[in-house]
Design a protein. Structure first.
Length: 319
């Protein structure tokens, strides 16, 4: 007989209860609910691509990530994490953006996350273009104060202007810096690479106190030691993890808008996210999946798995 006092946590729908290709396409086939009430962590989508500067399509990212997450199972066989045995998790749907107005959309996102963060919950966001990290961080900082940031990306996203505009997917971390949302000496940008306009294109962040780890410094090595160092420097500071799928090499993740050669491997991606275990993660996002450029579904599948790995390192999973 079960103990009625034992918490009953949501579980992903099993493959023997409904075929993997059937059922409602929520993240990992979890139950859905309208708000974050009663949850320890939640998955939320932001289906937007109106901040992109090259190929569009990330508006379809959340739906594709959810679809590809249908093959995933509840236990992490590598790390031993069983998040659904320790936390109440659900998919709370998508933010209703204004797809014709980027500036209004940024405010709509912050308002939505203000509501989410009225609850003691860690939001994990399915993107959507990288613009979304800025309005999410505005809300995160209201609750937790300025945060440490682990930013995995091919691009620094610290432009001041794009076509004369302050808001775009290449500007979120310049805006976050200006708004005082970050603890600048605890910002780590991993995987930056590609061509630029000038030799110092990645130096703006360094000048503000960011630590920049170019992709070339990651080649042919494990990133586990790097993450040990990052954990030591961040300590117990509230931390936000933002993962741009274009940090991965386009040979494994072609379904994105702004590809750059020489990127990270999927093994290094796992080392980075798993290396966040022990940090006080208060939120995370996985952005820039444009599924129509990858007919295999592999890019969205990678995104789904990395979001699950984020769930597996949240503090309550190991409490």
């Amino acid at each position: 007989m079960s103990d009625s006092s034992t918490p009953q946590f949501n579980q992903p729908l099993g493959g023997n209860d409904m075929p993997r290709f059937g059922g409602v396409p929520t993240m990992m086939r979890l139950p859905s609910q309208d708000t974050a009430e009663g949850l320890d962590a939640c998955f939320v989508g932001i289906p937007m691509d109106i901040g992109t500067s090259n190929r569009t399509g990330t508006r379809h990212g959340p739906r594709a990530i959810r679809a590809e997450s249908g093959m995933m199972r509840p236990y992490n066989m590598a790390t031993g994490a069983g998040p659904f045995a320790k936390m109440q998790v659900a998919d709370i749907g998508d933010v209703a953006i204004n797809t014709f107005d980027l500036k209004k959309t940024v405010d709509l996102i912050t308002e939505a996350y203000d509501e989410i963060l009225k609850h003691d919950v860690v939001p994990l966001t399915l993107g959507g273009d990288h613009t979304l990290s800025y309005p999410v961080l505005r809300s995160i900082a209201k609750k937790h104060g300025p945060v440490a940031l682990i930013h995995v990306d091919a691009h620094a996203d610290t432009n001041d202007l794009m076509f004369g505009e302050k808001i775009a997917h290449g500007t979120p971390f310049r805006r976050a810096f200006e708004d005082g949302l970050l603890q600048n000496d605890k910002v780590f940008q991993i995987g930056l690479r590609g061509t630029g306009y000038a030799p110092g294109d990645f130096d703006w962040g360094r000048e503000q106190g960011f630590t920049v780890i170019p992709a070339e410094e990651c080649w042919h090595k494990s990133l586990t030691p790097l993450m040990q160092d990052i954990r030591a420097k961040i300590g117990d500071t509230p931390c936000y993890l933002t993962y741009d799928i274009d940090s991965l090499d386009p040979s494994v993740a072609p379904g994105t808008g702004t590809m750059e050669i020489g990127g990270l491997t999927t093994i290094q991606a796992l080392e980075i996210v798993r290396g966040c275990k022990g940090l006080n993660l208060v939120g995370g996002d996985l952005v820039e999946v444009s599924p129509q450029y990858d007919t295999t579904g592999a890019t969205a599948m990678l995104g789904a798995n990395l979001l699950y790995e984020m769930l597996c390192v949240l503090p309550k999973t190991w409490a």
